[in-house]
Design a protein around this ligand. Structure first.
Ligand SMILES: Nc1ncnc2c1ncn2[C@@H]1O[C@H](COP(=O)(O)OP(=O)(O)OP(=O)(O)O)[C@@H](O)[C@H]1O
Ligand SMILES: [Mg+2]
Length: 322
């Protein structure tokens, strides 16, 4: 039986790259975290613990924290005590993103612009959260910080219980690849790759077979209404079509957190609604969270909650209109 620990209980091991996500180990049949046959959830009870964040310590002997924890647990078991701590807080279990005091400025001295100013918010698994606000209010900057793209000047972002800005560059890259699907406001498609190749990138980066990835990409292109457009280069697509390729690329890997920056800006009302309805019906589930920045009031009906931003601050919070 391999030693399995919760990711957030073993930062040290992860920093030393002793831990890797359990899926990469091909050991996903281990359903819950265990140490020496004892369910870890009972041992750790860490507030932010999530059983989807299970990692496998390749070599527990090299990890002082894992060794210490094992010694403590074995001691408790030897003395006939149950290594039990209270269940994790129910609410914490459902928090997908927790941002606190998030701040980002650009420039220095008299040219300094504070794009995002001490923003706190929580996004939950199972919800679609919209962020709305005037141009320049800091929406894209906020999204970039919660998805591991842009380092904040102050504040923390915890995704799935992990403080993402304490991760090193490799871990951040893994996080962006495995946990986040991002649709950029200006698409960011690779001009020399076909639509299908663009969509297949996340799968290829996850070492999936090339042909299998292109086939999966074709299916997602069909989902966004671009069947038979897989062979075409982005430059030959309209803005709305490029946006749909970017959406297909963001969802092809089934990310836990899907972040869309103005996903319907170049789409007509019907196509925009159709895509957001698809995302809500087919992508959202209790283990996923979707954050959408939009100016498009036509899709407000799909929001569970709406955060309003102005001048880098959150100025209001509404329930969705559905
Ligand atoms: N890389 C950058 N360098 C300097 N200033 C920046 C940079 N990125 C954003 N800003 C500034 O930060 C502020 C917020 O920009 P941001 O792109 O986050 O706004 P936004 O709400 O997404 O706007 P829009 O609705 O037009 O996309 C703006 O004043 C912008 O000029
Ligand atoms: Mg923007």
């Amino acid at each position: 039986m391999p030693t399995v620990v919760a990711a957030d209980a073993c930062r040290h091991a992860r920093r030393q790259r002793l831990c890797v996500p359990i899926e990469e180990q091909g050991t996903s049949e281990i359903r819950g975290p265990v140490i020496d046959d004892t369910p870890l959830m009972q041992i750790n009870g860490v507030g932010s613990f999530s059983d989807t964040m299970v990692t496998h310590v390749r070599n527990a002997k090299r990890c002082p924290l894992a060794r210490k924890r094992q010694r403590r647990i074995r001691g408790l078991i030897r003395r006939g005590q149950r290594p039990w701590v209270p269940e994790m807080n129910e609410q914490a279990k459902h928090e997908a993103i927790v941002a606190t005091g998030l701040t980002k400025w650009f420039g220095d001295g008299s040219t300094r612009t504070t794009a995002v100013n001490s923003v706190d918010f929580v996004a939950h698994f199972g919800e679609i959260l919209f962020i709305v606000g005037p141009s320049g209010s800091g929406k894209t900057t906020l999204l970039s910080m919660i998805s591991g793209i842009l380092r904040p000047n102050a504040g923390t972002v915890s995704v799935n219980g992990d403080d993402i800005w304490t991760l090193n560059d490799d871990q951040l890259a893994d996080f962006r690849l495995n946990t986040i699907g991002f649709v950029f406001q200006d698409y960011h498609l690779f001009p020399r790759l076909t639509s299908a190749e663009n969509v297949a990138i996340p799968l290829i980066l996850k070492h999936r077979d090339w042909k299998e990835s292109i086939t999966a990409a074709g299916k997602y292109l069909e989902v966004v209404g671009l069947k038979n457009r897989g062979e075409i280069l982005p430059v030959k697509l309209s803005g709305g079509e490029q946006q749909r390729v970017a959406i297909a690329r963001a969802i092809v890997g089934g990310p836990q957190i899907l972040i869309l920056d103005e996903p319907t800006a170049s789409l007509d009302g019907d196509t925009g609604r159709m895509i957001i309805a698809f995302v809500k019906e087919k992508i959202l589930d209790q283990n996923r969270c979707i954050v959408i920045v939009t100016h498009d009031a036509r899709i407000n009906e799909y929001a569970d909650r709406i955060i309003h931003m102005e001048d880098g601050r959150i100025t209001g919070l509404d329930k969705g209109t559905e």
